[in-house]
Design a protein around this ligand. Structure first.
Ligand code: UDP
Length: 247
């Protein structure tokens, strides 16, 4: 499958459905190739602009999933109708594919009780899943963790350390071994463990999961609110400029 990539403020976003993204990754696994998957949102783009190393990592990802509601709006401004692909759903279905095909999986991140419960729940739901590595996300010996997860030889590694730490960690792995599917999953383990709930389905359908999370965790407010309007304004300006060049 040839991916179509649109660029928003210099950051690539792949225009695909969840199933197309999963097919892309499945083919990578079959071909014994690795891939870095990013589930992009406006806050990540803002962070990437402030931190060049993060920006490069995001721009060099093999697959960039249109996760955030702000990304969907940005694409709409561009005249592109794109369904939002929540990273948490993408990752969960990727785990199912691993179980069906006997691909070994590794999990890194979140608090000890959270990762334990998350992996326990997932293993109950997908009994054939081969978990070859599991580690909480509160460690200082990063190089040791990198080496030990590589030694476990997973096909897929899910990293829940929050942005940008998970992207830096993933990049370290990628520089040492290039046949693993690496995906940063943010707060997904918290949800899979049952310690945190996703927004009700109607909020999700309206694309308002971010608003629900902000109401539940008001400390997220200062992260999202200056970012989203500024991001959209920049996208409008960029789009106007692109149209001017095209005419
Ligand atoms: N986390 C971690 N180690 C750290 C910092 C965070 O394992 O040093 C975990 C945290 O416990 C949570 C996840 O990373 O499970 C990040 O969650 P957050 O909701 O901040 O992620 P987001 O999706 O907003 O990036």
């Amino acid at each position: 499958m040839n991916k179509v990539r649109e660029y928003i403020l210099g950051y690539g976003v792949d225009l695909l459905t969840k199933n197309e993204g999963l097919d892309y990754i499945s083919k990578k696994i079959i071909n014994n190739e690795g891939a870095q998957v990013v589930t992009i949102n406006p806050e990540m783009i803002e962070m990437g602009d402030k931190n060049q190393e993060l920006g490069e990592i995001l721009k060099n990802a093999d697959l960039v999933i249109p996760d955030g509601f702000g990304i969907k709006l940005a694409l709409k401004i561009r005249g592109i109708q794109q369904e939002q692909v929540p990273g948490i759903e993408f990752s969960r279905e990727l785990i199912n594919i691993c179980a069906e095909n006997d691909y070994p999986v590794a999990f890194i991140g979140a608090k000890e009780e959270v990762i334990n419960k998350a992996v326990e729940n997932i293993s109950k739901q997908t009994p054939n899943l081969k978990v070859v590595y599991k580690r909480n996300g509160y460690f200082n010996n990063e190089d040791e963790v990198v080496d030990s997860v590589i030694a476990a030889n997973p096909k897929v590694l899910l990293v829940a350390l929050g942005v940008p730490r998970q992207e830096f960690f993933i990049n370290k792995i990628k520089s040492k071994k290039n046949d693993i599917i690496l995906i940063g999953v943010g707060g997904s383990f918290d949800v899979w463990s049952g310690f945190t709930q996703r927004a009700p389905e109607n909020w999700q359908k309206m694309g308002l999961e971010w608003l629900y999370r902000t109401i539940k965790q008001p400390e997220r407010f200062k992260r999202i609110f200056p970012t989203l309007p500024m991001f959209l304004l920049k996208v409008i300006m960029e789009t106007t400029q692109l149209k001017r060049i095209a005419n």
